[in-house]
Design a protein around this ligand. Sequence first.
Ligand SMILES: C[S@@+](CC[C@H](N)C(=O)[O-])C[C@H]1O[C@@H](n2cnc3c(N)ncnc32)[C@H](O)[C@@H]1O
Length: 314
Amino acid sequence: MIEEAQLPLSHRSVLLNDVVKWLNPSKGGQFLDCTFGGGGHSEALLQANEKNFVYAIDCDPSAKQRAQNFSLDHGNFRFYQINFSEVGCLRLPPLDGILMDLGVSSFQLDDGDRGFSFRHHTPLDMRMDNSRGITAADFLYKASERELATAIRDYGEEEYWKKIISTILGNRKNPDMKYADSFAKIVSGCIPNKRGQKIHPATKTFQGIRIFINDEIGSLEAALPILFDKLAMDGRLAVISFHSLEDRIVKKFFHKMAGKAIDRFDDKPQQDRISYANILTKKPITAEETEIDNNPRSRSAKLRILEKTRNILD
Ligand SMILES: C[S@@+](CC[C@H](N)C(=O)[O-])C[C@H]1O[C@@H](n2cnc3c(N)ncnc32)[C@H](O)[C@@H]1O
C-alpha cells in the first residue's frame, strides 16, 4: 500500500493502490505515465522498485514545471510535454506498463487563472495545453449550434442542453460570457434550480465544453492503438476514465484487442477475430467508500486493465 503521506505533492491520485497492484511495478520494468498531472502515479511506480524507469507525458505546460522539480529527485524519469495522441513520435523501449488517468488534475481545477472552475473570476480558457487551440470563451463565441450540442448534450450529458444553447446564442455579445464565474451564472440562471442539488448547475456544461475544446475523445481514440503497440509482451495498459463516453471507448478498444465483439451490433464471425490481449478486469474497478470520502473526484473513476499477449504484426 502506498501511503498518501509518502507522496511529495498535496494532490490525491485516484485508485493509486489499484494501479500499483495491476501494473505490478515492484517486479521492475519500464513504464509510461501518459497523464503526469501532479506526479502521484509516477511517484508510486518509481517507489516500487529502484530499477524502474518512468517516462511521463502531459500536455499542460504547468505539469512540465512540476515534472522538472520531480526529476530533481528522480534520475530514472523523463518527461515529454506533448499530447498523448502524439506518443507515436517518441522513441520508447517496449513498455511493461502504461497508465492513462484521464481528465483534468486538481492543479488545473484549483488554478484560478485557467478558467476550469466556475468559482474564479478569470478568463474562460479551459485549455489543458494553453499554448495552442481555442479558448472556451472563443468557442462559445464562434461555435455552431451543432458543435454546442456535441459539447453540452453529448459530452456534458446536460439535460437542459437546448435551453443552455439558446441562452449562449442570445448572449454571444455579452462580455460576461468571457469569464468563468459570470458564464456559470448565465448558465445557472437559465435552467431550473433543483432543490438539494449537490453539484453546481453549470458543472455539466463546463465539463462538456472542456472535453470539446481539448478534443479529449479524439485524443483518447487516437492514442489507444499507438499505446498498445508500445507495450512489451505481457505488458499492461491501465486506463482510468471519469466519463461514460471515455469508458465506452476504452471498453470497445479492449474488446477488439481481446478478439471479442465490441458491442451488440458487432456480428463478425468469431473465427475471423484475432485476440492480441487479455482483459484482466471483467468489470471496471471503482473506488471504495473510504477513497470516495477522502477524494470525491474518485466517485466516478473506472479503471480497466488490458494485458498484451500477441503483437499485431505477428
Ligand atoms: C487526472 S490528471 C492526472 C493526475 C496524475 N495521475 C497524478 O497522479 O497526479 C490528468 C492529467 O492529464 C493531462 N492530460 C489530459 N489529457 C491529455 C492529453 N490528451 N495529452 C496529454 N496530457 C493530457 C492533464 O493535463 C492532466 O494534467
